[in-house]
Design a protein around this ligand. Structure first.
Ligand code: HAM
Length: 425
């Protein structure tokens, strides 16, 4: 018989977190800055389902990537569809772009999204099984390198507006269909001389996903990486020109960039420019992305140059907390409604609605009957004023305004209470 779980022993699934009320101020702050930036740079929101066809990511992110090989939450539905909890957002956005013929909208189309992603990873700080990204994608138009900059700049502006300092954007190019195979051959030839020294995973990567050899964190592999040929010596003249123009734009804006010829990214759909954003000295990317001109065709659409990037929201919130910043909580004048007796309780229900109509924020603890308990709630809430409606006031049609700091009280007609309160806030 299946073991019965004690009711109290349920926990959120490993690597997945509840976002509690006290966490929300951080999310609100993040979303507020995002809203300003996306509005300024003219990105429109897109939301795609959390579930997708598993093959979407197998085909686009790549069969030999960690995401597809090890990290997808795949399942069969009752109707025998093979679905996956989306591990990333770019393939979904491109799927929606093709499915809905969005190429007929003004091009390039600048889109953004925010939502949860799922990867079966070993949970650790900054690495979760359910996490959230804010992503930007520029689809269609030319393969102009200005679009890379138009993705990186808003990402940096968001991070700056959250007061994160010492940002660095690591950039590289991984060439195109024509020149990348030439480089991969050189890379394989180089690593073939080190098969005994490199780790088991790298021996596998040598055949399945050679570019990822440059990404290995094992100390022995890192040493060998230092002597590896640079992709910059292998890229074709078109990719070279593209990367040069990109760097010129980056320099024009004075963006804090660092060329890193070993930056290759963990998803197969990229070509040419790739980037990752870090806080100096940290090795967890806050954001990352790149160009993916072939993705549309891989998914059965027409050739559509595209570029994008995504911020890992949890990582950014953790960096905000580590930097000592405190999100400011909106300071509303706090008014607390208190009643004594059944008639007053009913009247208070209507009064609360009147305040709502007048857009005046008030709090209450209507479930508590005793005056003392309600006063304690008002104090706990940090209320400045209490509006007290007793039996007598309910009959007379008046209400007491009490300053909770000084204890000074004043009785005013119930009909005029909203006007009276407006004068005081
Ligand atoms: P990615 O590098 O896999 O790229 O993820 C983007 C960002 O999400 C990372 O830089 C990191 O901040 C955050 N992240 C990734 N995995 C985790 C995790 N397990 N826990 C917490 N945070 C994580 C993509 O997903 C691409 N779709 C980005 C992109 C958009 N490229 C073009 N457009």
């Amino acid at each position: 018989m299946a073991k019965v779980k004690k009711l109290t022993s349920f926990q959120a699934p490993k690597g997945m977190h509840d976002l509690l009320p006290q966490d929300q101020v951080w999310w609100d702050k993040f979303r507020k800055e995002v809203k300003e930036v996306v509005e300024f740079y003219n990105f429109a929101r897109i939301d795609t389902p959390i579930l997708e066809d598993a093959a979407l990511f197998e085909r686009s992110v790549g069969e030999a990537t960690d995401i597809v090989e090890k990290q997808m939450f795949v399942f069969r539905t009752k109707g025998d569809d093979r679905l996956v909890l989306r591990p990333e957002g770019t393939a979904s956005v491109m799927r929606a772009y093709i499915q809905h013929g969005l190429s007929h909208m003004g091009q390039p189309l600048k889109l953004f999204y925010e939502g949860p992603l799922f990867r079966y990873e070993r949970p650790q700080a900054g690495r979760y099984r359910q996490f959230h990204q804010f992503g930007l994608e520029i689809l269609g138009g030319d393969d102009d390198p200005i679009y890379e900059v138009q993705v990186i700049v808003p990402i940096l502006r968001i991070l700056e507006s959250l007061k994160l300092k010492k940002m660095v954007v690591k950039v590289n190019t991984i060439g195109c269909k024509t020149c990348r195979p030439v480089y991969i051959k050189k890379l394989q030839d180089y690593y073939k001389g080190f098969t005994k020294q490199i780790c088991k995973d790298c021996n596998r990567r040598l055949h399945t996903n050679p570019l990822r050899l440059l990404d290995c964190k094992e100390p022995d592999c890192q040493k060998i990486k230092q002597g590896a040929p640079s992709i910059l010596d292998s890229i074709c003249s078109f990719c070279n020109k593209h990367f040069k123009s990109f760097l010129e734009y980056v320099e024009e804006l004075g963006l804090p960039y660092q060329l890193d010829v070993t930056l290759v990214r963990g998803l197969d759909y990229y070509n040419r420019t790739v980037f990752e954003v870090f806080i100096e000295g940290s090795d967890a990317a806050l954001a990352s992305g790149g160009r993916y001109d072939y993705l549309a065709e891989i998914l059965g659409g027409r050739s559509t140059p595209a570029v994008g990037g995504a911020i890992g929201i949890e990582r950014v919130l953790e960096a905000m907390k580590a930097s000592g910043m405190q999100p400011t909580v909106k300071n509303r004048a706090k008014i607390f409604l208190i009643y004594i007796g059944a008639l007053a309780k009913k009247r208070m229900l209507s009064l609360l609605e009147e305040f709502r109509k007048s857009n005046i924020h008030v709090s209450e603890s209507f479930g508590k009957n005793s005056l003392n308990a309600q006063l304690r709630s008002a104090n706990k809430d940090g209320a400045a004023l209490a509006l007290i409606l007793g039996q007598k006031e309910a009959f007379e049609g008046s209400v007491i305004i009490r300053d909770l700091k000084t204890g000074v009280q004043e009785t005013v007609p119930l009909k005029k209470i909203v006007v009276e309160i407006k004068k005081r806030i």
